[in-house]
Design a protein around this ligand. Structure first.
Ligand SMILES: NC(=O)c1ccc[n+]([C@@H]2O[C@H](COP(=O)([O-])OP(=O)(O)OC[C@H]3O[C@@H](n4cnc5c(N)ncnc54)[C@H](OP(=O)(O)O)[C@@H]3O)[C@@H](O)[C@H]2O)c1
Length: 326
């Protein structure tokens, strides 16, 4: 639903390079039953929005991207009882997108109240996608057990920086990260990895119970080779843009290895209550100081620059877009 009133939003009017993004006026969305509308202070900038912009996901245009926000509840839809207007919240807007805007609508299940947790809205906007994913990938998908070893690719990046810390919180043993360049080793180390190695040295890294791959291409095949017996490889992205890597099913059979997939958008659509619980777990860990995000802020109007930097692999930690001062 939308009203006749207009708001500022960054839209994808056509698929293409970062330059297609446009700051525009669009109708303000209104919450349907079970939904809330949020006045957005900050929207997270993610690789996912780059994929929408490139047309990897076929969406109707013009499209307002944005899979996560933090701000204040503006309105609640029918049947929403536990959230109130004016309340500070972080939220996943990942099912229908729309976060790069002054107002975003999402399911009340996908909201985490911030109340007096002491988190800034900029930090809160950096948590919903990557930190929630980190807990779900390790706990729900890989079914991590105490003491198990974990290897995480792109360890200095948005989701990589959260996976190492989440592994630690979930009782992992050895936690190793890979990065694509020397310059990122120190950044990744500061996120709590025991060791950080260059991705092309993975063959020397030993064996792991769990490997999380969001890079794809040669790293995926090399990861399969590094799994210990009963090891699990979780495939959750393809940041390299490489051609898909086939999974040799007979090899899995002979070596007792598992390959799983995870996609937060599809998971949140199918299991919104569980996604919401994982989000609130991430928010609680950040508020306690046991999960740290490194945040850099750009104004919403500089979304083009944010996308260029993300797709060049030139960011560490998380970029968030400031939409309004709330
Ligand atoms: N499945 C899910 O639900 C889910 C949730 C969150 C994120 N993801 C995926 O996870 C990946 C990382 O997301 P993010 O938000 O953490 O992004 P990010 O911070 O930009 O991290 C991406 C990292 O991938 C590495 N990379 C390798 N080849 C690259 C290339 N050709 N172009 C750009 N980067 C390249 C770079 O790290 P190095 O320099 O270390 O190589 C880069 O920093 C994306 O593929 C995203 O779609 C998936």
């Amino acid at each position: 639903m939308s009203s006749s009133e207009q708001m500022k939003a960054v839209t994808i009017p056509e698929f293409g390079e970062a330059e297609v993004l446009r700051t525009d006026k669009v109708a303000i969305p209104e919450p349907g039953p079970g939904q809330v509308a949020i006045d957005v202070a900050y929207a997270g900038a993610n690789f996912a929005e780059v994929l929408y912009r490139r047309g990897v996901v076929d969406v109707p245009l013009p499209f307002v991207p944005g899979i996560e926000v933090a701000g204040r509840i503006r309105a609640v839809g029918e049947g929403v009882e536990d959230l109130t207007v004016g309340q500070r919240v972080a939220a996943l807007t990942i099912v229908d997108s729309g976060g790069y805007a002054e107002v975003a609508v999402t399911s009340a299940d996908l909201v985490a109240p911030l109340d007096d947790l002491g988190l800034g809205l900029d930090v809160a906007a950096a948590l919903p996608s990557n930190s929630t994913t980190a807990f779900l990938v390790l706990d729900r998908v890989a079914r991590i057990e105490p003491g198990q070893s974990v290897l995480v690719h792109a360890a200095a990046g948005g989701v990589g920086s959260q996976l190492g810390q989440a592994a630690r919180l979930l009782g992992a043993g050895r936690v190793v990260g890979t990065v694509g360049s020397e310059a990122k080793i120190e950044t990744a180390r500061n996120f709590g990895y025991d060791e950080v190695i260059l991705r092309d040295r993975i063959a020397e890294a030993g064996e792991f119970d769990i490997i999380v791959d969001m890079v794809g291409g040669p790293a995926r095949r090399a990861s399969l080779d590094r799994l210990a017996p009963m090891g699990r490889l979780v495939v959750m992205g393809n940041a390299s843009g490489a051609d898909d890597v086939g999974v040799p099913a007979n090899e899995l059979w002979f070596t007792n290895k598992t390959v799983s997939g995870f996609n937060l958008a599809a998971f949140s659509a199918a299991f919104p209550e569980e996604a919401g619980r994982a989000l609130r777990r991430a928010v609680a860990a950040a508020a306690k100081g046991t999960l740290r995000v490194q945040v850099e802020t750009l104004p919403l109007e500089r979304a083009v620059e944010a996308h260029r930097r993300i797709e060049a692999g030139a960011t560490t930690g998380k970029l968030v877009l400031q939409v309004a001062t709330l």
